[in-house]
Ligand binder design. Sequence first.
Ligand code: HH2
Length: 276
Amino acid sequence: MTKSFGRYQLDAGRPWVMGILNLTPDSFSDGGLIGGVDQAVVRAEALRQQGADILDIGGESTRPGARAVSPEEEARRVLPVLKALQYLRLPLSLDSRRPAVVAAALDIGIDMVNDVTGLRDPGMRALLPSIQQTGSTVCVMHMQGDPQTMQQSPCYDDVVAEVFGFLRSRQQDLIDNGFDAYQVFLDPGFGFGKTLAHNQALMHALPSLAHHHQVLVGLSRKSMIGALLGRPTDPHDRLAGSLAAALYAAQQGARIVRVHDVQETVDALRVWRGLR
Ligand code: HH2
């Protein structure tokens, strides 16, 4: 059985692997790897070969303390790559919080708007009818604060109630704006204004969200993996930890796992499913 995802159909019987394609000089684990459109195409083809179901293209780092880039600079990074990748016939997600960049990308063709600020910006809200009409999906992520300051002292009375409550109300707003439930993905935003204990509580409670909603989870190489390993420094030393996290997220009901290491995640999920 298949399920619609933007312009494409994906296998409904398993979690989907979203491969990260960062076109940034400063992303926390893969910044500066891709220098231009040709390199992006080579990387995208490799990710498809490795089994990525979706590519998530980003032109601005949102790591803690990251410097915001202008919409013009972000557009210069991502739009030519989105154009060049259309021939792949692979679902494309745009990781952007800038309405102008999203509007231009919709004209080129995308299958998900992945907005780490939860599609709340008035400019983004004004775009909702256009997004809906193209059939694109959206991912609403929760973040406390902004990337500059979010990890300084994250604080909640009840992190699960607050984060899941926010996501449910954003989903309702999108449904009220004409979206179908299958077009909306919810993401607790691991590491975005959260301590390790907050991330653990959200992960533990994930089934209560995933039971009624489509959930996207991004844990790959994040500092919470380093903290759990007791090796907080090098994001490249987190492959095994990231795979364990992806499998646990799938077990907890995640429909999409957003990862840097596509081949390894696809293999791990295959074995997990084969043994279940
Ligand atoms: N995490 C990052 C970026 N975008 N989008 C969603 N929906 N969920 C996430 O958890 C998420 C995201 C951060 O990871 P990365 O893109 O590798 O780093 P950077 O922001 O430094 O480019």
